[in-house]
Design a protein around this ligand. Sequence first.
Ligand SMILES: CC(C)(COP(=O)(O)OP(=O)(O)OC[C@H]1O[C@@H](n2cnc3c(N)ncnc32)[C@H](O)[C@@H]1OP(=O)(O)O)[C@@H](O)C(=O)NCCC(=O)NCCS
Length: 111
Amino acid sequence: MVIRQMVSSDLDFALRCANAEGWLSETREVFETFLAYDRNGCFVAEHDSQRIGICVATRYKKNGFIGELIVIHAMRNRGFGKRLMQHAMGLGGDLPALAVAAMTTALGGTR
Ligand SMILES: CC(C)(COP(=O)(O)OP(=O)(O)OC[C@H]1O[C@@H](n2cnc3c(N)ncnc32)[C@H](O)[C@@H]1OP(=O)(O)O)[C@@H](O)C(=O)NCCC(=O)NCCS
């Protein structure tokens, strides 16, 4: 798996990921805002040159937030999500306060 910075041409993919989870609050504008705020914290994971997941790590001064962690259904349970999260935590690991959106959709029963 390769993790790279998200770019504007990934927005459709990011939106598809969010829509597949039923996350209606995560609109194109939301992802555009993440990119505009700090594109270094917006990631896309690729496997065999295909996009398979996304994650966003956002720094707010001394605080940080990791969310939008999504691995497409077909590629789950292979360790990709964990590696994406570890990558994102590497970016915010120096912060005194780092919030992680760890509540998974699966808790609602869609794992
Ligand atoms: C959560 C998600 C990113 C996990 O991706 P994944 O590639 O399947 O996860 P991994 O294979 O790397 O699993 C890593 C660990 O998390 C556990 N895990 C995986 N999916 C899980 C889930 N949905 N709920 C709880 N634990 C989960 C695995 O058992 C594994 O545990 P281990 O390290 O003790 O063996 C993926 O299920 C997903 O995209 N879910 C929908 C979006 C979501 O809920 N995102 C999180 C909130 S932002």
